[in-house]
Write a protein that binds this ligand. Structure first.
Ligand code: ASP
Length: 342
């Protein structure tokens, strides 16, 4: 029998309609098997723990990632896998953060949620939950996890967490992983894409956790007509250490001197400008166009094909770990846990 820990942080999945008022409200998560009795039929030992308070994931802050990380660390030896129930709105941020925070991970940590509450008839939550538990429990004959990664499971697909973005507010198929194929697809069978799954070079290393996060990071999305004052106001914010700059296409931006000077002043004073693309798919290549090259000369570094969610949380971790900004810059081009195709 496999042991799985369900961790409920909040979100739509844990809600049901109040029979008196008709309003959706969270149910007592200890009663999860009343809502999904099929959990008892999977043949695993499933324990659950609920965050207090449970939150809409729009309220997620890095503290929650630290709490999640510590909880997984404390219960790591007791369980074969972990399923984190989380609102969809910021699930991609949380899964990205945890992928960087849990080092030497050898067990599945599967985030899932739903678009419709588990307590309504047409819910997608039941399937998402049951398949996530199956994936969290899946092991090879040698007892090693089939997917020893932080993932998001949604609507029949298992994605690497740090490659995923929420791209649909209505469809059951709410997430996309445009630059990395699914790690598994679920139909009659669960088909694992073993070529894509990252396995430890050597099994048996102890889990280590990175819980020092430095959040002095901003996200700046460029747009036609963006004024230099706007850019200067953001880059001039006291204490800012890095900015995720969302540029056009393969990493291009405007070349007006006001903009490029602001970037250049920021990077010359030690700040990091991480160039990521506004496009959902594809990679930054600052050598492709003169406009991208100008940004490179102003000191921006390439984010390759990283998602914004992953770029932000990778910076939080790296800035928390290194005071030497050159080290941070260096690690931004290292594929730490599958977040870039490099
Ligand atoms: N606002 C909700 C949340 O992210 C939506 C959801 O659960 O899907 O917590």
């Amino acid at each position: 029998m496999k042991r799985i820990l369900l961790i409920y942080t909040g979100g739509t999945i844990g809600m049901k309609r109040d029979s008196e008022t008709g309003v959706l409200k969270p149910f007592d998560f200890n009663q999860i098997t009343d809502e999904v009795p099929e959990l008892n039929e999977l043949g695993h030992i499933i324990d659950n723990v609920s965050f207090d308070p449970i939150i809409d994931s729009s309220d997620v802050r890095p503290d929650l990632w630290v709490d999640l990380c510590r909880l997984i660390e404390t219960r790591y030896s007791e369980y074969d896998g972990f399923v984190v129930l989380h609102g969809t709105d910021t699930m991609a941020y949380s899964a990205s953060a945890l992928s960087f925070m849990l080092e030497n991970l050898e067990k599945p940590v599967i985030f899932t949620g739903s678009q419709l509450p588990i307590g309504v008839l047409r819910t997608d939550g039941r399937d998402n939950l049951l398949s996530s538990v199956e994936i969290a429990a899946a092991q090879d004959a040698d007892g090693h996890a089939i997917v020893p990664e932080v993932c998001i499971y949604f609507e029949n697909c298992l994605y690497r967490g740090n490659r995923t973005t929420k791209n649909n507010a209505e469809d059951f198929n709410a997430f996309v992983s445009a630059n990395c194929p699914p790690l598994a697809q679920v139909g009659i069978h669960i088909k694992y894409n073993r070529q894509q799954i990252i396995y430890p070079r050597q099994w048996g290393k102890p889990l280590s956790t990175n819980t020092d996060l430095d959040t002095r990071v901003a996200i700046l999305k460029i747009f036609p007509g963006m004024s230099s004052e706007y850019v200067e106001a953001i880059l001039g914010m006291g204490n800012l250490k890095a900015v995720v700059l969302e540029t056009y296409g393969s990493g291009n931006s405007m070349t007006d001197p006001g903009f490029l000077d602001a970037v250049s002043n920021f990077t010359q004073s030690g700040g990091i400008v991480l160039n990521v693309t506004q496009c959902q798919a594809g990679s930054v290549d600052m050598g492709a166009y003169a406009n991208g090259a100008a940004l490179g000369r102003a000191g921006a570094v390439s984010g390759y094909d990283i998602t914004t969610e992953s770029a932000l949380t990778k910076l939080f971790i790296l800035l928390g770990r290194f005071s030497d900004m050159n080290k941070v810059r260096q690690y931004l081009s290292v594929n730490m846990c599958g977040e870039i195709s490099k």
